[in-house]
Design a protein around this ligand. Structure first.
Ligand code: NAD
Length: 537
């Protein structure tokens, strides 16, 4: 057990969540956690001040952080959040990539992604489960419940994309993942997320064929550029069963253009970013044309939220014929408040996660998502070394999350665990986000771009006594595309925490199911009625 440095267990837990997020950083020296530019703190000075502020913070005070830089500590009361954040929010007309970068260069702003800026990142496990969930939904809808004998082609093995090979493997499929950077491939092999890799398309296809014939799972890394490797596969007449992508197409400064190495792209980014973006857009257009050809040939193709359709569409490609994964595979779950919930053991002891996993397995036997996932995760997911914190993601529904948190708070109080447990979730969740090209694309009432919902979610969570609440907007290439909210609520075993946890985790998904009910989804309206919440719908 590490030494406690803060004035209370909840402050200490938040400090450890910050350290845990930094532990999982793709580029720790730059404080960049994932997705090219999503940071946990504005700069090293801001990080040092944040750590000091958390150590000075009393339980009845609130630390306010603006785009990764601590601003001040305020007296707020014992049930107020310990930390409030607003990150990369720009007034609508100014919410462009150009303006964001101008402000970023002047040290005035940072992008927090969804879970980086608010210290909720748990490493690849979070995205691993989400990707597994999506691929399982694809299997259920198109392949009679299994990806066995099915080829998945995708690209990008970065912070989030690195989960794709293991997720496809766990869903029973054979994945070929194209990645431009050999260092990223090595990292995924080392972490056990990728089985093996090659630079040769022939070898990758031969390995894939062997496993496909045996209906055995496989994960194969192919060193190359998606805008070249995918068309090369198409030229051989190959049509994969499933195609998606997790290159960093949300920001063309980070998409490596065809014909360049990542190092050459980085040089051009520094010397002539406009030229780099021009070349990257040409490549992304070719990449998406190939995805469209495969869709027309019968493959199941979807965008996984990296905005590659919008980039290709800007080059005249009819890219929005490709569906977004959210509407088709995930939104039906959000209508029931089912989403990427997670619990993190502040003690650093993986045995604490086992205790919570056991409670989940025992208490929610009817939840098929957590029921299928938790045993798989126990088998395949390696918990991080200190200062990383052991964590588990489990898709629990409205009602289930609050119940679990209360049970865990009692278990902490009894001493069944060695430390507090932080409950949090992805912003990509029922209540957490508006993103008209992703989470809220094609809402039945046309409310895709209304960002009131995540803002209300954040206000409600703060009012209910969450420990940390964050309001994020898109940065870099995502500027102007999204508004979201994050929340962390801590079970420290204190009697007062029971009511806080119940209120926060009821409201957090409650506003989510009401948002979808309000938009016209009957399943969401049913979930709201069953919840017992007062609804004026
Ligand atoms: P990252 O920057 O950590 O990694 C991107 C990887 O893609 C890098 O390893 C890079 O070398 C590689 N790459 C870049 N251009 C390439 C090319 N042309 N061909 C092959 N490889 C190339 O990013 P990340 O954190 O893995 O995220 C990837 C993207 O997926 C982001 O746009 C992210 O927002 C998106 N994403 C969205 C969701 C969601 O909607 N929930 C979930 C996961 C990821």
């Amino acid at each position: 057990m590490r030494a406690v440095r803060c004035r209370g267990p909840r402050q200490e837990t938040l400090l450890r969540m910050l350290e845990n997020t930094l532990h999982h950083a793709e580029r720790p020296d730059d404080l960049i956690i994932y997705a090219g530019l999503a940071k946990a703190a504005r700069d090293h000075a801001a990080l040092a001040t944040t750590i000091r502020a958390l150590q000075e913070l009393d339980e009845d005070q609130t630390l306010v952080i603006q785009s990764g830089k601590p601003i001040g500590i305020f007296p707020s009361g014992p049930s107020a959040p310990l930390v409030l954040m607003a990150t990369s929010n720009l007034i609508g007309r100014w919410a462009t990539a150009e303006h964001f970068y101008e402000l970023e260069q002047r040290g005035l702003i940072m992008w927090g992604g969804y879970t980086a800026g608010d210290w909720q990142y748990i490493g690849s496990q979070g995205i691993l489960q989400g990707t597994y969930q999506t691929l399982s939904a694809v299997a259920d809808e198109h392949f009679a419940g299994s990806l066995a004998g099915r080829l998945v082609v995708t690209a990008g093995l970065g912070g989030m994309g690195g989960a794709q090979p293991l997720a496809a493997y766990m869903a029973g499929g054979v994945a070929i993942c194209v990645e431009a950077d050999p260092g990223r491939i090595a990292r995924r092999i080392e972490s056990g997320y990728l089985e093996r890799a090659t630079e040769s398309l022939d070898e990758a296809l031969a390995w894939a064929d062997e496993r496909l014939a045996a209906k055995a799972p496989a994960s194969i890394g192919l060193l190359g550029n998606a805008a070249e490797a995918l068309p090369a596969m198409r030229a051989r007449g190959l049509v994969p069963d499933v195609v998606t992508d997790q290159t960093p197409a949300h920001d063309m400064r980070y998409y490596v253009p065809a014909g360049m190495t990542p190092a050459e792209a980085a040089e051009l980014r520094a010397s002539d970013p406009d030229e780099l973006v021009r070349r990257a857009l040409d490549s992304a257009a070719e990449h998406v044309r190939c995805m469209l050809d495969w869709q027309d040939a019968g493959a199941v193709v979807f965008e996984y939220g990296n905005n590659i359709r919008a980039q290709a569409a800007s080059m005249g490609v009819d890219a929005f014929r490709i569906p977004i994964f959210m509407e088709r595979y995930i939104r039906p779950l959000f209508c029931r408040g089912l989403g990427p919930f997670r619990w993190v053991a502040a003690s650093g002891d993986p045995a604490d996660i086992d205790v919570v996993d056991d409670i989940v397995t025992r208490e929610f036997p009817d939840n098929p998502l957590a029921g299928r996932w938790v045993p798989l995760a126990r088998k395949y997911v390696r918990q991080p070394e200190a200062p990383g914190l052991p964590a588990r993601i489990g898709w629990l529904a409205h009602g289930e999350r609050a119940r679990l948190a209360v049970l865990v708070n009692e278990a902490v109080k009894r001493g069944d665990l060695r430390g507090p447990v932080a409950f949090t979730r992805d912003h990509l969740d029922a209540g957490g986000v508006s993103q008209p090209l992703r989470e809220t694309e094609n809402m039945p009432d046309g409310s895709d771009a209304i960002s009131d919902w995540p803002l209300l979610n954040a206000l409600l969570n703060a009012g209910s006594g969450a420990d940390l609440v964050a309001i994020h907007a898109g940065g870099g290439g995502y500027a102007g595309y999204m508004q979201s909210a994050g929340v962390t609520a801590i079970a420290d075993g204190a009697p007062a925490s029971t009511g806080r946890l119940e209120a926060v985790l009821t409201g957090d998904t409650g506003i989510g199911i009401m948002r979808y009910a309000d938009a016209g989804y009957d399943t969401a309206a049913d979930a709201v009625r069953q919840s017992g919440l007062r609804w004026f719908g």
